[in-house]
Design a protein around this ligand. Structure first.
Ligand SMILES: N[C@@H](CCC(=O)N[C@@H](CS)C(=O)NCC(=O)O)C(=O)O
Length: 315
């Protein structure tokens, strides 16, 4: 991680943990918002006006949080207004790095070798981990926001006057329910699989395992009435949250994270739901199964030999 803007030790997957060995994820620290006119958003400072060609996004295809931002970019037709760099899926001793892997890119803005260089460029005293996604402002040469929940929300509406895209992933009448379900999806599932995978005690692993499958069972039941999306006919942020974990489940979480009561392919409604979202225009471009497998299985603490499983071959 970075301490006062300097890279200090080899990258480790576990960020912090509690006394019982439960994995704890770091909270994000750059929280400015792009808005239509540059007025300040709910957090951070103003000055980040929605403009074509001004912003750049750094992502990893392996990362579910970065991927939901990429999905938003595609679904909202923003990929022509906001450029993207993709890190190498394999974590190095200095965390995310650029180039050198099929489908990854260089840092087209700064030519950085490691993602952490962007964090210390934005804040020379930054202390913390260098995570994806990163939303970068080329005008002021700084990091706007590194919290995917914020980025999904702001990309969901800030550029609508420029794109004419009216897809609303956060409709006001559903806002309360979306927030409640999103919190539950995050704790039980999106982060729940990581808590199973990175648990450092049997107790912490089993707790997380049971919570993951209780949530999946609950979702399988929710889809029983044939609804296409979690809230019926309307695709929302919650569907993006769920999709990114489902699409990684059989390839990474089932094996590497020991979430192996059953594969997702054994849950017919969730499987159909996954395929339905994957078929939406642009979404398949955000899913790279090869990066997902290579990335997760590069975490030496969980897979010291670095062997990447051959299957599954498709979703
Ligand atoms: N709160 C962040 C979490 C992002 C996150 O944890 N990203 C992971 C990859 S899935 C990461 O970059 N980890 C690198 C590290 O912790 O050093 C968000 O949702 O945007």
């Amino acid at each position: 991680m970075l301490i006062n803007g300097r890279w200090t030790e080899d990258w480790q997957p576990v960020q912090s943990q509690d006394d019982e060995g439960r994995f704890i994820r770091q909270t994000s620290s750059f929280r400015h918002w792009i808005t239509p006119d540059g007025a300040p958003g709910p957090t951070g400072k103003g000055g980040f006006k929605a403009e074509a060609g001004r912003y750049h996004l750094y992502v990893a295809y392996i990362c579910p949080w970065a991927s939901r931002v990429l999905m938003t970019l595609k679904l909202k037709g923003l990929d022509k207004l906001i450029s993207v760099s993709v890190v190498d899926p394999r974590l190095s001793n200095q965390g995310w790095q650029f180039g050198g892997y099929p489908g990854a890119t260089e840092d087209s803005l700064h030519g950085a070798r490691f993602l952490h260089q962007l964090y210390s460029r934005a804040d020379s005293q930054y202390t913390g981990r260098a995570t994806v996604p990163v939303l970068w402002d080329t005008r002021t040469d700084t990091l706007v926001n590194n919290e995917s929940a914020d980025i999904v929300r702001m990309l969901g509406s800030a550029f609508d006057h420029l794109t004419g895209n009216s897809l609303n992933l956060y409709p006001q009448p559903l806002a309360g329910e979306i927030d409640a379900l999103s919190t539950q999806l995050y704790t039980e599932l999106n982060n729940g699989v990581y808590q199973a995978g990175f648990a450092s005690s049997q107790l912490a692993y089993e707790e997380a395992y049971h919570r993951v499958f209780a949530m999946l069972d609950q979702l399988e039941t929710r889809l029983e009435d044939g609804r296409p999306y979690l809230f019926g006919d309307t695709l929302t942020e919650s569907d993006l949250r769920l999709f990114v974990t489902l699409v990684r489940f059989d390839a990474a979480y089932y094996g590497l994270f020991k979430c192996n009561r059953n594969t997702l392919s054994a849950m017919p409604r969730l499987r159909h739901y996954l395929r339905r979202i994957l078929a939406l225009e642009g979404v398949a471009d955000t899913v790279n199964l090869d990066h997902i497998k290579a990335g997760y299985y590069s975490v030496k603490a969980l897979n010291p030999g670095g062997i990447v499983p051959l299957g599954p071959h498709s979703l």
